[in-house]
Design a protein around this ligand. Structure first.
Ligand SMILES: Nc1ncnc2c1ncn2[C@@H]1O[C@H](COP(=O)(O)OP(=O)(O)OP(=O)(O)O)[C@@H](O)[C@H]1O
Length: 293
């Protein structure tokens, strides 16, 4: 049955011989949404994603992806999803253009391969054999191969690993464009700024369990957290924690009679909240603690 959910998972369990990789996960991803799955190495992200893609079998639980159980889905279902896996396919002797055109041929209503090559910034490399691409260029090609079939649902497993900052920005624009066109996207990433930039909602997974699902702005009660106001006083850097940062800034403004040196107002970053959720000390715990007024 087709619903407003592209993905619906209940009680998902996957065991390897010496490890429970996914230990009872529930997950809903709505159509048109960009969802980022976050979690430390070995948390179970790739295992969960590969079950959704139909590449691994669940041991327990209900899994529905685009109205089908991926374990039983046919090639028509497969043509509706796009996959950018962690490791690349190896067709070393083909050129970029040959490979993207070749892949487009597998799908009933592909995107224009040349537009896709341009969108991932590989126009200048279109005649280069894939074995001669750099790591980041190869990753861009992987993204091109994942989107050329014009998928309804796109899986991106750590898509920007090895990208330089410019390539990452270009990739973000590509994802925002796909989202505008209505593509549903499930992204795993270790880059918290990437999750913050792209995701409508994030899920944090650790030891095979989903710890929390929320928007990047509200994860871990982030929006309601106490702000930190810091500035450079005559005797060094000072910081205060306050629920009324505007009042503090106004007090400082009056005190300095103008520009306050190195003034900053901060709330915990998504990274601070993420590290707190997975039980690691955060920068907010250790820095400037002694400077609290
Ligand atoms: N084929 C396999 N056989 C046995 N154990 C596996 C297999 N694949 C993964 N595991 C184990 O299952 C756990 C979850 O691995 P998984 O690759 O799903 O984590 P991940 O969250 O994607 O990690 P990363 O961020 O490092 O990619 C890990 O402890 C891993 O060692």
């Amino acid at each position: 049955m087709e619903t407003d959910k592209a993905v619906r998972v209940r009680g998902l369990v996957k065991r390897y011989p010496d490890k429970v990789a996914v230990a009872g996960v529930d997950l809903d991803i709505y159509r048109g949404e960009v969802f980022a799955l976050l979690g430390p190495n070995g948390a179970g992200k790739t295992t969960a994603v590969e079950i959704l893609e139909g590449y691994r079998r669940a041991d327990k639980g209900e899994v529905d992806v685009l109205g089908s159980d991926p374990a039983r889905a046919d090639r028509y279902w497969r043509a509706r999803i796009g996959i950018v896996a962690q490791s690349s396919r190896d067709e070393a002797e083909l050129t970029v253009a040959e490979l993207v055109h070749h892949f487009a041929g597998y799908y009933p209503s592909p995107r224009d391969p040349e537009e896709v090559i341009a969108a991932v910034g590989l126009e200048e490399k279109r005649k280069t054999r894939t074995r001669k691409l750099s790591g980041g260029q190869r990753r861009r090609l992987d993204v091109a191969l994942g989107v050329v079939g014009n998928p309804e649902l796109l899986f991106l497993d750590e898509p920007t690993t090895g990208f330089d900052p410019e390539a990452r920005r270009q990739f973000w624009t590509l994802i925002e464009n796909l989202r505008t066109e209505g593509t549903t996207i499930l992204l795993t990433t270790h880059y918290l700024d990437e999750a913050e930039q792209l995701a409508d909602r994030v899920g944090v997974i650790a030891d095979g369990k989903m710890l929390e699902v929320a928007t990047p702005e509200t994860l871990g009660g982030r929006g309601a957290r106490t702000a930190r106001v810091s500035w450079l006083a005559a005797d060094g850097l000072r910081e205060i924690r306050t629920d009324t940062p505007t009042a503090e800034v106004s007090r400082l403004l009056a005190q300095y009679g103008g520009e306050v040196p190195e003034l900053q107002v901060r709330r915990p970053s998504l990274e601070d909240i993420y590290l707190e959720l997975i039980g690691k000390p955060t920068a907010a715990d250790v820095d400037l603690e002694g400077a609290v007024r």
